[in-house]
Write a protein that binds this ligand. Structure first.
Ligand code: R5P
Length: 299
């Protein structure tokens, strides 16, 4: 098995190789040469024998989603062209999934387009918690084999270990129920799901619709994505009003656009924790073991 990346997720890829080799599975990491011609055309080159190999491209689509997409397509097509037995894309964070419907006339349904491009280039796609709430199944996005993993078990373990008792789990919008309810059940904590109204990319309103006792509690807001941080900030406002003792945020995909983290800290969120689906200094939850388990099924 040949493991490579397209610029993001290098640490995760190396960790996966170490774990596979520790289990006496033969895997090797081989970086690609990626550069640009003077006119900015992309140049990409494999530096090892690809023929007959299962090529695994581990690439989070953040930062730089457009660049990631093009690099992954080049890498996947080149691997096939060079005789790879199989091309597997592990995209711990897959960009463009949030536009999973035509919300306004004339809009591109980005998830369908990206899904179709990747399905043509790869034999299998493995991803974590894709934001495809308006599709019934990942099969509606990808026509190749696809596995949708969730980090919610790992998040529950982390929260259970770190915060122990007096915890209340908060889902900041209806879409977050799948993480919030699973985590709360696993650690035996109360949970409430807020309602969110999105007014624009940078403005949301959040309110509590199913009150639970919050005074003096350690509130943990869980979500799949933190992008601008406004969802977290507005949820934190409600929690402060209700008299919680502390507020923490745990997410799968730490996008942290612009000054998201600073805004969240200013809103009173004292701990911010994420998985390494996107490399960031808040990464405390490691998904490499789950990637390894999936790749083992290939043998
Ligand atoms: C939306 O449904 C997602 O689950 C997140 O709540 C959203 O992407 C967060 O965006 P932002 O951080 O910009 O409020």
């Amino acid at each position: 098995m040949l493991i490579t990346t397209c610029g993001n997720s290098n640490a995760l890829a190396k960790q996966v190789v170490r774990q596979l080799n520790a289990q006496k599975r033969k895997a090797r990491y081989s970086p690609l040469t990626i550069s640009h011609f003077p006119d900015r055309d992309l140049y990409l080159k494999f530096n090892t024998e690809v023929k007959g190999q299962t090529v695994v491209i581990i690439q989070s689509f953040q930062p730089k989603p457009d660049q990631s997409l093009l690099r992954v397509l080049f890498a996947a097509y080149t691997a096939k062209d060079l005789g790879a037995k199989k091309v597997i894309l592990v995209a711990p964070y897959l960009a463009y999934m949030r536009q999973d419907a035509r919300f306004n006339p004339g809009e591109a349904v980005s998830s369908k387009i990206v899904g179709s491009l990747l399905s043509k280039a790869c034999d299998r796609i493995i991803t974590f918690d894709p934001h495809i709430h308006r599709y019934k199944s990942i099969r509606d996005v990808f026509s190749c084999a696809a596995s949708r993993l969730t980090a919610n078990g790992l998040m529950a373990d982390y929260i259970g270990r770190k915060f122990k008792n007096n915890v209340v789990i908060i889902g900041p919008d209806w879409e977050s129920y799948q993480w919030a309810e699973h985590i709360a059940k696993k650690i035996g904590a109360p949970v409430t799901i807020f309602r969110k109204k999105r007014l624009s990319s940078y403005k949301v309103q959040v309110r509590m619709v199913a009150p639970v006792p919050l005074k003096g509690k350690k509130a943990i807001i869980v979500d799949d994505i933190i992008s601008t941080g406004h969802t977290m900030v507005e949820a934190a406002k409600q929690l402060r009003k209700a008299g919680v003792k502390s507020i923490s945020a745990v997410c799968v995909h730490p996008l942290f656009v612009g000054k998201a983290l600073q805004k969240m800290r200013k809103a009173g969120i004292s701990h911010v924790v994420s998985t390494n689906c996107i490399e960031h200094h808040t990464n405390k939850i490691d998904v490499s073991g789950m990637v390894v388990e999936e790749l083992e099924k290939e043998r």
